[in-house]
Design a protein around this ligand. Structure first.
Ligand code: ADP
Ligand code: F6P
Length: 542
């Protein structure tokens, strides 16, 4: 197993007790976070834990050992702590080679491994289903459309029908678990049709909510979405629909207004009525488990620095860092172009500054992604070939798995973090970096096209990832920024990340769900209690 027990307990800073009725928190709980008003059922495509056989050559399964890993991505990283706090059931696609050898006869397993946890219900999807639903309609249609890459849209013949079939399967799994007061919390664009199917198959007193983790595009872009009206009608099956930022809420409401003529849209109340049923639409930006990143980063101090760094750079080297899935939305080639320009214009930094890019291959069966990965690797090689000298390389690139503790060590050691998506619904990596910057001496370069920019943009160094010259100047600026200025910015940024962490996001979700449960959805809830810290150095209570 990759994760020791210590890691599992560290990610859960809250005390919790299990109850046999599936409601995680009890009246004995000391914490004052908002509680889920009923037994929670989370639905997502990606599962939080994957069981894999790690010895493909063994004769039979009994000889093979099973490892458990946590798939890379903001959604699972964010929601696992939520589920640990609330208990309940998580329904997801089981894509690991050993997944169904560790589940019971209902395809359920308790996670996290080796600790008392919540129930993971895995769905076994055929290769044809996965190819069309996940690699097809989800990631060749909705992903590019929602991120404004209409030119990458591929509308293959059977993808949408499979997407519907898989949404039906998830909806039926939800119905198996749902009770009168269940809260069904559906995640992301893989399930645009499921909310209506779920709504029609569970008791009316149960609540159906969805969080859309990626952007929602303007109507002019959404117009190109195949089966766009089905998508909108499906999503309007929710009682509550959440996005990260106001802009996506506005875009969604405009799309409904334009493409679902039978719906009534109240832009002020952010309320849609369709077929007599209301959907409340809210902007609730997601945060990270800041206390856990802070703690792990502090612990990293007592250990050796990240092996990745000790192997690649000397102690004096100034370190820049990028951590991303290899996805065309993440702006990695643009970042490399800016780094190349930076070294061209600032030769004195050659030998002094190294950029570490930690990349994770993603959706590689889709040729666009495969080509993207290849392009990134080639660019790194080319730029390194151009500037490297002796033992020094401008870019250290790795696709190797990095343990969470090591990732925190890397975050802590990075003098500059570069987050440069062309577009990103939120971007949790930026927030993780800030939470782990316990020495308050790092700087964040942040694309102004991320959801995270809305909250962090005033104190990060904003960049337009496509403006190579200005981007390169920003890198230079970050490296020469006086220490007190880094500290000043970092304090405020850390404060914002801690004040708006995953716990507060979850509270806002459950506050909304509760108000909808009670039929008072129009009540306003303060969603952005940003205030700058008074203290000269922000140290969270952890
Ligand atoms: P996305 O959801 O598009 O992948 P986010 O930045 O919101 O992007 O979330 C990414 C999550 O996955 C973060 O929790 C981050 O720590 C993790 N992650 C991303 N890339 C890597 C990587 N190369 N190595 C380890 N973890 C990664
Ligand atoms: O956050 C957006 C998202 O698509 C998540 O839904 C997903 O878990 C993550 O990115 C990683 O992508 P994938 O699950 O396709 O590997």
């Amino acid at each position: 197993m990759r994760f020791p027990d210590e890691r599992l307990s560290l990610t859960n800073p809250y005390s919790r007790q299990l109850r046999c009725d599936g409601r995680g928190r009890t009246s004995d709980d000391a914490s004052d976070e908002a509680a889920c008003p009923g037994p929670l059922i989370v639905v997502s495509n990606r599962q939080p834990y994957r069981h894999e056989y790690d010895d493909a050559d063994a004769e039979d399964d009994t000889e093979r050992s099973v490892t458990v890993d946590e798939p890379t991505g903001g959604l699972t990283a964010g929601l696992d702590p939520v589920c640990k706090r609330t208990d309940g059931t998580w329904i997801a696609w089981g894509d690991g080679s050993a997944d169904f050898d560790v589940t019971d006869d209902r395809n359920c397993v308790s996670v996290p491994p080796d600790s008392e946890g919540y129930t993971l219900h895995r769905l076994d999807l055929s290769e044809a289903a996965v190819d069309s639903y996940y690699r097809g309609f989800s990631n060749r249609v909705l992903w590019p459309i929602c991120h404004g890459f209409s030119d990458l849209l591929e509308d293959r013949p059977t993808d949408f029908e499979w997407y519907r079939t898989v949404n039906e399967r998830f909806a039926s799994a939800v119905a198996d678990h749902a009770t009168d007061d269940s809260v069904v919390w559906i995640q992301d664009y893989h399930f645009a049709l499921a909310p209506r199917l779920v709504r029609d198959s569970i008791p009316p007193s149960a609540t159906v909510a969805q969080f859309w983790h990626i952007p929602w595009p303007a109507p002019e872009t959404f117009r190109d979405c195949p089966a766009g009206v089905d998508v909108l009608e499906g999503v309007l099956g929710n009682d509550l629909l959440g996005f990260h930022v106001d802009r996506y809420v506005e875009n969604f409401l405009e799309c409904v207004q334009r493409y679902v003529p039978n719906a009534t849209v109240d832009r002020d109340q952010r309320l849609v009525r369709y077929e007599g049923e209301p959907t409340t639409v809210v902007a609730t930006p997601m945060g990270v488990d800041a206390a856990s990143f802070d703690r792990r980063a502090r612990a990293a101090d007592r250990r050796n620095p990240s092996a990745l760094l000790t192997d690649a750079v000397s102690e004096e080297t100034v370190v820049g860092l990028g951590v991303d899935r290899l996805d065309y939305t993440k702006g990695i080639p643009e970042r490399l172009a800016a780094l190349e320009r930076f070294f061209e214009r600032n030769p004195d930094w050659c030998g002094e500054f190294t950029f570490v890019q930690k990349a994770t291959p993603s959706r590689t069966e889709i040729p666009t992604y495969e080509r993207y990965g290849e392009f990134v690797r080639n660019e790194v090689e080319r730029i390194n070939g151009r500037f490297e000298s002796g033992d020094w390389k401008p870019i250290v690139y790795t696709e190797e798995y990095v343990e969470p503790d090591d990732l925190c060590a890397l975050y802590r050691q990075a003098d500059v973090m570069i987050v440069s998506p062309i577009i990103d619904g939120m971007n949790l990596v930026a927030q993780e970096y800030l939470a782990a910057s316990v020495d308050c001496d790092g700087a964040l370069l942040l694309s102004d096209r991320t959801g995270a920019y809305e909250r962090l943009g005033s104190h990060a160094l904003g960049i337009d990832p496509t403006d190579t010259d200005a981007f390169a100047r920003r890198i230079a600026e970050s490296l020469s920024m006086p220490r007190h200025e880094r500290r000043r910015r970092m304090n405020t940024l850390r404060h914002r990340v801690f004040e708006n962490d995953i716990g507060s996001w979850m509270d806002s979700q459950f506050d909304w769900i509760q108000s909808i449960h009670e039929g008072s959805s129009s009540e306003a809830i303060d969603q952005d209690p940003d205030t700058d810290p008074d203290s000269p150095e922000y140290t969270p209570r952890v």
